[in-house]
Design a protein around this ligand. Structure first.
Ligand code: ADP
Ligand code: MG
Length: 475
């Protein structure tokens, strides 16, 4: 150890500095220890910069690469350096400064539009690494039906689509499956392309982002990858929850994200849940995702579903001009299929296709036959717990009193109402219901159900309570 120290001191006194040539020599020594593959993938691409105060600085195309080299080959490199007599305690990998360089306009091409790329110097390379995914021409603002559950998300999307100065970054849209996240993102891209053809708008899913990242790593084209993504003016990444738990993709995403935000470029992200609720997503990413505007798409309500159905029917009319649609069919569908818009659209498409094939009218009966499976699948299962909770809330009593032993009227009546609703709205048997109400006998349940049934026709208030509870539970 002492010998080494003396050796460093000697070198320093000589004022010698490691040259690129010496690094080249030293690098070759690494070949033997890491093998040809690792050498070409990881060692060759790193570029020696200089040694400052005992820190050897290298330029790397990506921080991912820097981290990888540091973790896997750091000790070897240090060892080689000290064998060469260098005073180095630590390695530092910095991402090369020129990497935010904008590629040529043709190279970027309007990837989001799904246009075929024009010929460039390296067409094959650019093709493969093309950052965007094609857009669905049907997903525009014109075809997006706005209702209470999505009005905020729609307004935010509209604002971003104006292409004005970046006000909130990122725009984070989240909501359950089939609620219109992808539709809104495509709509933004369409509108931006029309209004601001000068902007490079790129839309892709987080999965595609990862795929391209891995591909670039494999092909040792991280520089190209970075250049392409950092030359984007508006980046949209759909279903970002996909990268949760995928560490190196997250890392790269984080850097792309930061570079674009720093460059004041608009970012739009979607996910199936709020940023804070995505498990296995790094905290620093979560917090960056929350920095802009976070808006959610709420589950659809009856009015929105009806509106979507009506607008769908209008577009089907062109395809099937002679079809007769009976009154009440759309209302029936909007009422019964409440899960998600995709299912709703699919149901309507099937209905029209079937009616036109068979040459019949679309009636309520025909709808029920044709969509039996869909209707069954979207039947909402109401649970005993849910009923108990709602009833307790409605009568403003504690859940424990609702199912507890006390027999005073203030608890007994709501208890009977809850039992009645359990019998009506679930397929549970009387003994089962009794068990869930503090282990009561099935005859007690039967008595309660009967009592409420009688009261319903005598007491307007009870009838109203039941109706209201039933409606909220079925909503
Ligand atoms: P997500 O990405 O949230 O899972 P999508 O955007 O793919 O959902 O929407 C699913 C389907 O429902 C698409 O065909 C889309 O056009 C349609 N859709 C969803 N919301 C609306 C809406 N508000 N108006 C019209 N169509 C909608
Ligand atoms: Mg989607």
């Amino acid at each position: 150890m002492i010998v080494r120290v003396r050796c460093w001191m000697k070198r320093r006194a000589n004022g010698e500095e490691m040259t690129q040539e010496q690094w080249g020599q030293l690098r070759k020594n690494l070949l033997g220890s890491v093998g040809q593959n690792n050498y070409t993938n990881w060692i060759e691409p790193i570029e020696f910069s200089d040694i400052r105060d005992g820190v050897a600085v290298f330029n790397v195309p990506t921080s991912f690469m820097g981290n990888y080299v540091s973790q896997n080959f750091g000790d070897l490199i240090l060892h080689q350096l000290s064998r060469a007599g260098e005073d180095v305690r630590r390695l530092q990998f910095q991402v090369a400064a020129n990497e935010t360089m904008r590629p040529s306009a043709t190279a970027q091409n309007r990837a989001g539009a799904g246009a075929t790329p024009k010929a460039t110097a390296k067409p094959a390379l650019q093709d493969e690494l093309l950052p965007g995914a094609p857009l669905d021409s049907r997903f525009t603002f014109d075809t997006f039906v706005v209702g209470k559950p999505n009005e905020l998300a729609h307004a935010a999307a509209k604002r971003v689509a104006e292409g004005g100065p970046v006000t909130f970054n990122p725009l984070f849209l989240y909501g359950g499956v089939g609620l219109g996240k992808t539709h809104l993102m495509h709509a933004i891209a369409h509108e931006l392309q029309a209004r601001r053809p000068d902007l490079n708008v790129v839309y892709l899913s987080a999965e595609q982002f990862m795929y391209r990242f891995v591909q670039a790593l494999r092909d040792r084209r991280m520089m190209d990858f970075k250049q392409l993504f950092r030359a984007v003016d508006v980046l949209m990444v759909d279903d970002v929850q996909f990268i949760a738990g995928k560490d190196s993709t997250q890392e790269e995403f984080f850097h792309t994200f930061n570079a674009l935000v720093d460059g004041n470029k608009q970012i739009i992200i979607s996910a199936d849940r709020a940023p804070g609720e995505i498990k296995d997503l790094e905290d620093r990413i979560k917090s960056r995702l929350q920095c802009g505007l976070v808006v959610d798409l709420h589950p659809t309500d009856y009015e929105l579903r009806l509106g979507i159905l009506q607008s769908k029917v209008d577009s089907f009319r062109q395809q099937y001009p002679d079809l007769v649609l009976a009154d009440g069919v759309l209302e029936f569908l909007a009422h019964r299929i409440s899960t998600n818009v995709r299912v709703l659209e699919g149901a309507l498409t099937r209905l029209f296709a079937f009616a036109s094939l068979v040459g019949c009218e679309i009636t309520l009966d025909m709808t029920q036959d044709c969509l039996a499976d869909v209707l069954r699948a979207s039947e909402r299962k109401i649970t005993i717990e849910e009923i108990q909770r709602r009833v307790a809330e409605h009568y403003n009593i504690r859940l424990s009193d609702l199912v507890g032993p006390k027999r005073v009227r203030t608890f007994a009546r709501p208890r009977q109402v809850a039992m009645f609703l359990c019998k009506q709205l679930t397929s549970r048997s009387l003994p089962e219901i009794g068990r869930r109400f503090g282990g009561r006998d099935h005859t007690t349940v039967m008595h309660g159900v009967k009592r409420i049934d009688e009261l319903r026709s005598q007491d307007g208030q009870i009838a109203e309570d039941i109706e209201m509870l039933r409606r909220t539970l079925e909503a």
